[in-house]
Design a protein around this ligand. Structure first.
Ligand SMILES: [Mn+2]
Length: 348
């Protein structure tokens, strides 16, 4: 095994559970089956232990895993302010704030599905082609094992090799939260792989169905009109922030659901879709974005869709000494996890 096993399913087992239940009488303590469950903050304090996503067991054997939480610490596609390579580690740290039950939907993702931290993709920070292949290979193994991926980037280019691994046989639709369309063509002459181009490449490669894609929160100055017009010409439903504000959250949810329909759908959440007052720690901030709570409501509104994976990208800790952007990223991962676990459980 390439990695040490940090925590094992069932490591904090029935004996500990019963003892703690007797001491505190808490409901979550008397669950019989602790495999693939987060370590309770009432067994091991939330600030302690080795940080994994949402305090889940870290596994390298994917047997019995339904949803895999994966870090992709790579920002080699970044065209301006690098730093998202540091995202997964700080998101793991801040994800210890997450608990087990969604307060609004009452979804219990860790009861619905076996969730685990599958670790980080062992990327190469020096070059471009090699890490794209490494990411694709990692996700091909995950997908081949029947595990649904929920990822933490990394810059937005990571979504392209993820789609290469999971959407080869059947293209996916996408609900895409972002300030930018990421369907631009090329940078610096002939560079076709950057964090501003993943979805043009994914459409060209037949991985992403533009007619089942909705982009929400788009804004910011362009290099040229073609930056945004190309995607619209392909059939993408682009909801710029001005239209978002005119429509309101409920109408945007209805429109997103109409666009993606019941086909397989991926959720991609770029934290720069949020206003930078909520997420300053990102490489390409654009003012005038949606709020954290609007984002939470929109993700919750995707419950019941045929969801096949998701990611939260562009958290760049060096630009946010407070760490709040990573907390936002971790919380958006939990929001996505809840609707994803609901979908995976119903798909059986
Ligand atoms: Mn993006």
């Amino acid at each position: 095994m390439p990695f040490a096993l940090l925590t094992r399913p069932g490591q904090y087992g029935a004996a500990v559970t019963k003892k703690c239940a007797a001491a505190w009488g808490r409901d979550e303590m008397i669950e019989k089956e602790r495999s693939f469950k987060p370590v309770s903050g009432n067994v091991m304090p939330r600030f302690s232990g080795i940080a994994t996503f949402m305090r889940l067991p870290h596994v390298t054997d994917y047997t019995d895993v339904d949803i895999g939480l994966i870090g992709v610490p790579w920002d080699g596609g970044t065209t301006n302010r690098a730093g998202a390579r540091h995202g997964p580690r700080q998101i793991r740290d801040l994800s210890t704030m997450v608990r087990n039950v969604h307060h609004k939907s009452r979804i219990k993702p860790f009861d619905l599905c076996n969730c685990a931290d599958l670790g980080d993709v062992p990327v190469n920070p020096i070059v471009l082609d090699d890490p794209l292949q490494r990411i694709e290979d990692f996700y091909a193994r995950v997908h081949g094992a029947g595990v649904v991926p929920l990822s933490a980037g990394g810059d937005h280019l990571i979504t392209l090799p993820i789609m290469r691994a999971i959407a080869k046989r059947e293209s996916v639709g996408m609900v895409h939260f972002d300030a930018h369309t990421d369907t631009w063509d090329r940078y610096f002459g002939d560079s076709i792989y950057t964090h501003g181009t993943p979805f043009r490449r994914a459409i060209e490669e037949g991985l992403l169905d533009p007619k089942r894609t909705v982009q929400i929160g788009i804004r910011g100055a362009l290099f040229g009109n073609a930056d945004n017009d190309w995607g619209i010409q392909q059939g993408i439903r682009v909801i710029e922030i001005e239209e978002f504000n005119e429509m309101g959250v409920e109408a945007v949810i209805a429109e997103a659901r109409r666009v993606v329909g019941q086909g397989p759908t991926y959720i991609s959440f770029d934290v720069d879709g949020l206003d930078p007052v909520y997420a300053p720690g990102t490489g390409t901030p654009e003012i005038g974005g949606f709020t954290t709570h609007e984002a939470q409501r929109m993700i919750r509104g995707l419950q019941g869709l045929n969801l096949v994976g998701g990611d939260v990208v562009e958290v760049a800790p060096p630009f946010d000494p407070s760490g709040n952007t990573a907390l936002v990223g971790a919380t958006m991962m939990f929001e996505i996890l809840c609707v994803l676990a609901d979908a995976v459980a119903k798909a059986g």
